[in-house]
Design a protein around this ligand. Structure first.
Ligand SMILES: Nc1ncnc2c1ncn2[C@@H]1O[C@H](COP(=O)(O)OP(=O)(O)OP(=O)(O)O)[C@@H](O)[C@H]1O
Length: 250
């Protein structure tokens, strides 16, 4: 039996300020599957992720998480978001403090973490092999270690889907291989993953599929960083033909 989609976009159109950004984009992720979202700068990867996470409205098409239309989706703990480590600037927070933030979605308001929550945070740090560094300041870690802490933070919410924004960015080659191995293990444990990447690189071995974006559309094959992505369809758009979201406002 085919596993149900954890996240899916079907024929999605997104425009921002009247400017079409995503056009007829479809993509999906299932349990135990690692899907890469590939594309050059400005191709629409972040916009698709933000749309899937309900942070941006879409004008056409369907966006679902765990089978539920995103505007009504509530079980956000099921989705672990892993930003780039360079996006996290904290002065003195420890590895433990960062990772334990992953339990916030499970915690009752104004309550300390319970013993069971703390055990889950410890287990998450063990999964990324950083339990021994729990008391270290986050800022003192290497790029690869920081990225593993952010993965631990996501794991602490016990998610079923990980959405990752270029997890290998700013990480040295040796650590990239280690991160890819870690993510492969998590995938084999049944997690679904949507991984934003500029190129497959060391992740190639663990990826099941990829979706390549070019100027906001899904295209076949690898990202072509030298190309301006102008194809016949786009040229027909520039003539004012068949653009279903022309003029719409996000
Ligand atoms: N808030 C916004 N207002 C106007 N344009 C935007 C906005 N957000 C994104 N865009 C435009 O949408 C297009 C896609 O941007 P997006 O950030 O999704 O690309 P990306 O593939 O994630 O790029 P990168 O790899 O550089 O992060 C770009 O042309 C960008 O300028």
């Amino acid at each position: 039996m085919v596993a149900p989609d954890l996240a899916s976009a079907e024929h999605v159109y997104v425009s921002i300020g009247g400017l079409p950004i995503l056009r007829d984009v479809s993509a999906s992720v299932r349990s135990g599957e690692a899907v890469a979202l590939l594309g050059g700068n400005g191709s629409g990867k972040s916009t698709l992720v933000r749309t899937l996470l309900g942070l941006l409205p879409h004008q056409e098409g369907t966006v679902k998480l765990f089978g539920e239309a995103v505007p009504g989706f509530r079980d956000w703990w099921k989705v672990g978001y892993v930003p780039q480590h360079s996006a996290i600037a904290v002065a003195n927070a420890t590895v433990w403090e960062i990772a334990s933030a992953g339990r916030l979605a499970h915690r009752k308001p104004f309550q300390w973490l319970r013993r069971a929550d703390r055990d889950i945070v410890t287990r998450s740090l063990e999964q990324v092999d950083l339990a021994a560094r729990a008391g270290w300041p986050f800022r003192s870690l290497s790029g690869g270690q920081k990225q593993r802490v952010l993965i631990a933070r996501a794991l602490a919410s016990e998610p079923e889907l990980l959405v990752m924004d270029e997890p290998l960015a700013g990480v040295d080659l040796h650590s990239q291989a280690g991160l890819a191995t870690l993510l492969g293990r998590l995938r084999d444990d049944g997690l679904g993953m949507l991984v934003v990447l500029h190129e497959r690189g060391p992740m190639a071995e663990i990826l099941n599929r990829s979706v390549t974006l070019c100027d906001g559309r899904v295209v076949d094959g690898e990202p072509d960083f030298g190309s301006t992505c102008i194809d016949e369809e786009l040229e027909s758009d520039s003539l004012g033909l068949a653009d279903p979201i022309a003029g719409s406002i996000a």
